[in-house]
Design a protein around this ligand. Sequence first.
Ligand SMILES: NC(=O)c1ccc[n+]([C@@H]2O[C@H](COP(=O)([O-])OP(=O)(O)OC[C@H]3O[C@@H](n4cnc5c(N)ncnc54)[C@H](OP(=O)(O)O)[C@@H]3O)[C@@H](O)[C@H]2O)c1
Length: 341
Amino acid sequence: MAELPTTYKAIEHALDQANVVKAMLGLKPVTKKLRNPEPDELLLQMGAASINPSDIAFLQGNYQIRKRVPAVPGIEDSGKIVATGQLLDAKKWLGKRVSCFSQQNKDGCWAEYFYAKPGEVLLTDERLDAAQVTTFFVNSFTAWGLCEIALQRESKAIVVNAAGSRLASFLYQLASMHQIEVIGVVRKQSTAELLKASGWKHVLLENSTAFSAQLKTLAHKLLANTAFDAVGGPATRNLLNAMPADSEIVIYDGLSNKFLSAIDLLGMIFENKMITGFNLNDWMAETDSLTFETAQNTLTEIILTSKIKNAVQAAFPLTEIKTALKTYLGNMSAGKVILTF
Ligand SMILES: NC(=O)c1ccc[n+]([C@@H]2O[C@H](COP(=O)([O-])OP(=O)(O)OC[C@H]3O[C@@H](n4cnc5c(N)ncnc54)[C@H](OP(=O)(O)O)[C@@H]3O)[C@@H](O)[C@H]2O)c1
């Protein structure tokens, strides 16, 4: 630890606030003491951290991980390993660049240094640039897990809402590799145009008056029997109603912050429609190392061959966290906003 500083800068979140603006205003820079890693910990010097919808949910007190506040937010990042706990193989880890996904009840990665467990990091391909390493873990693997569901269900087509997201772009790419058609649902005309310009054939605007009828017609015509729903609330009902019999709606977030309601029970009872959930943590726990490695290698190649990249719209220093959050919330479909250190 000789060459390491004794303190580091971080952003702290003091109080969960349902109102996202209030939550943002409550963030403040702090200085923390750098300690030696615990025997099973890696110490990362952070390269960058991404801002994801899960971070916003965390600040609002709506995420599955609740930390005792004040706490450092931040779930996904990249960094270099600068120290290892004594139980870990220093040769394997020291000096390596990693992508990190943290789900523990401890300080997160909006900080210059971060203590990670080996299961939270991925050694990444040297050829990936810094922005891609920072945004590699969460969305691409989730898209992989979702695509596995579509394959298991032998879907000819899938429906994806919040389709302007990074995750949806990976899912589109993976589904296309398996000749699965994708019906994208978005809430802004500008996002629909972006997707069409990048090759999406079927994009629907969820707030147009013709939406329900269009979705129903297309989902039946293309035999879309799986829908991936990041929005929840009324969106889930709309998907369920529009999908053919034997369809499954897989909910993987609730961006609308609304409860499910007015679900067509008859559809569930007599048409065998169902609603399930997906979360990356469980997928990782259930996935064997060979499948995981195949996913990582394939996703890396997809990025390297530029079939799809995690678009990054802006980067801000950690101290400009509020501007970074405002930029991201102002246009999420424009790409990730990352924090640099
Ligand atoms: N379950 C899991 O394990 C898991 C893992 C990873 C990600 N996720 C979820 O996957 C989703 C995509 O993540 P990402 O990082 O790829 O997102 P992203 O690139 O940051 O984009 C977010 C997208 O969500 C759209 N959106 C936000 N609020 C919406 C609403 N109320 N109704 C409709 N669309 C809305 C945005 O559209 P606008 O531009 O119109 O705002 C934007 O296209 C997120 O919900 C995330 O939490 C879940």
